[in-house]
Design a protein around this ligand. Structure first.
Ligand SMILES: [Zn+2]
Length: 346
C-alpha cells in the first residue's frame, strides 16, 4: 500500500437542473463543436456549445481525474468535485441549458496566504509528494487537532439539499474480503450516515441538525457510478456499493439534483485491496478509516463541498484525509455549521 496519497481521493459529482435565469448566448451552428472523438476535454467546452448540433448529450467530459456525462435531458447539469491522490482538487461542472453545453473547472479557494498547517501527526504525505520519510505513528490524542477542528468554521456548499429523508440501500455484493464479514462493514457505513444525520461532533455542539437519512436495507443494485469515476444516469435509487474505482480514488459520491433539491445520491467505495480498515488503531499502515471516509462521503450526500486541505485540514470535509486515523468520524465546526446553515436545526 503506498503511503503517498494523503489527499482524500474522493470525487463528488452532481447532476443539476440549471436554474432558469438569464439567456444563453445564441449558439446555433455546429461550427464550434469540439472534436467529437472519445472523451471531450472540459477546456473544449469553456464557452457554450450547441448540445444537439454537436451531439453532446451522453458524451463524457473530463478534466484531470474528474469526468461527467453530459445529461440526456435539457435543463440538467453535472458537477464533479473532488480530489485524487495526485492532488489538485477541482470541481468540474457541465451545464446543459438553453440548448447549449458548457463546462467549468473550479479550484477550491485556498486563499491568498494559507496559514501553516497545525502540528498534528499525520500518516502519508500530501499532494502526492514522494514518500521518502517514515510515516508518523497514528495518534490517539489529537488534542491540538481537535482544538483546530472545533475552531475552524470553514465550509463549502454544493448548492443542493435533500428536502425529505435520504433513504439509501447498500449492496453487500462486492464488499472486499479483506474487510471481513459484511455486517461490521455495513455497521461502519451506517454509523457514518448517522454521524452526519445526527450532527455528531466533539465540539460540544447540539446534534440537532434538521436533516435525516434512513438505511433501507440491502440491495442487489449497483451504484450508478462507473469504474472510471464517471457518474452514470440516475435510476431513482440511492445506493452505496463497493466496486472498482480507477485513478486512486477512495470513494466517489454522485448527486443528481434539480433546482437546489437533491433527487438521488449514490456512493461508490473502492474495493482495492487493503484500502480501508475498520479499526485504524490496530496496526494500521496506509489504510484509511472506512467510517471516517464515509462520514466525509455522506457529508457530500447532504450537500457539503470540499474545503482545502492546506487551510482546513482538520475538518471532515477537507479534500485531504490522512490514513490511519479515526478522527474524521464526526463533524468539525465548519462541517456542522455549514449543514446547520442550510438545513437549520430541529
Ligand atoms: Zn470529498
Amino acid at each position: 500500500m503506498n503511503r503517498r496519497g494523503l489527499l482524500l481521493p474522493t470525487v463528488v459529482a452532481l447532476v443539476a437542473a440549471a436554474a432558469l435565469v438569464g439567456v444563453a448566448p445564441a449558439v446555433s451552428s455546429a461550427d464550434d463543436c469540439p472534436e467529437a472523438s472519445g472523451v471531450i476535454p472540459a477546456s473544449a467546452l469553456a464557452s457554450p456549445v450547441p448540445a444537439r448540433a454537436c451531439d453532446l448529450p451522453g458524451a463524457v467530459v473530463a478534466a484531470g481525474p474528474l469526468a461527467v456525462r453530459v445529461p440526456l435531458r435539457e435543463g440538467e447539469s453535472v458537477t464533479a468535485a473532488g480530489s485524487a491522490r495526485t492532488g489538485h482538487p477541482a470541481t468540474l461542472t457541465v451545464e446543459r441549458r438553453s440548448g447549449t453545453v458548457r463546462a467549468r473547472i473550479r479550484q477550491p479557494d485556498t486563499g491568498p496566504t494559507p496559514r501553516p498547517r497545525p502540528p498534528v501527526s499525520r500518516m502519508g504525505r500530501a499532494h502526492g509528494q514522494p514518500s521518502d520519510e517514515p510515516a508518523a505513528a497514528p495518534t490517539s490524542a489529537p488534542t491540538e487537532a481537535a482544538t483546530v477542528r472545533c475552531g475552524d468554521g470553514a465550509g463549502a456548499w454544493l448548492g443542493t439539499r435533500w428536502n425529505g429523508t435520504y433513504r439509501w440501500t447498500m449492496r453487500p455484493t462486492g464488499v472486499p474480503g479483506y474487510l471481513g464479514a459484511v455486517g461490521p462493514v455495513r455497521d461502519a457505513v451506517r454509523a457514518a450516515a448517522n454521524a452526519v444525520d445526527q450532527g455528531h461532533n466533539s465540539c460540544g455542539l447540539a446534534g440537532d441538525l434538521a436533516l435525516s437519512q434512513r438505511y433501507s436495507g440491502e440491495t442487489v443494485r449497483d451504484a450508478g457510478i462507473n469504474a472510471d469515476g464517471t457518474c452514470g444516469e440516475r435510476d431513482e435509487r440511492n445506493v452505496v456499493a463497493f466496486g472498482r474505482l480507477d485513478g486512486g480514488l477512495l470513494a466517489l459520491t454522485c448527486l443528481w439534483w434539480s433546482r437546489g433539491r437533491t433527487v438521488e445520491s449514490d456512493v461508490r467505495i473502492s474495493d482495492a485491496p487493503n484500502m480501508f480498515t475498520l479499526n485504524p488503531a490496530a496496526g494500521c499502515s496506509g489504510s484509511w478509516d472506512l467510517q471516517g471516509t464515509l462520514t466525509h462521503e455522506f457529508g457530500h450526500v447532504f450537500g457539503l463541498g470540499h474545503v482545502s486541505y492546506a487551510e482546513h485540514g482538520e475538518l471532515t470535509m477537507s479534500d485531504g484525509l490522512p490514513a490511519c486515523t479515526a478522527n474524521f468520524r464526526t463533524l468539525g465546526l465548519g462541517d456542522y455549521q455549514t449543514l446547520k446553515g442550510q438545513y437549520g436545526t430541529t
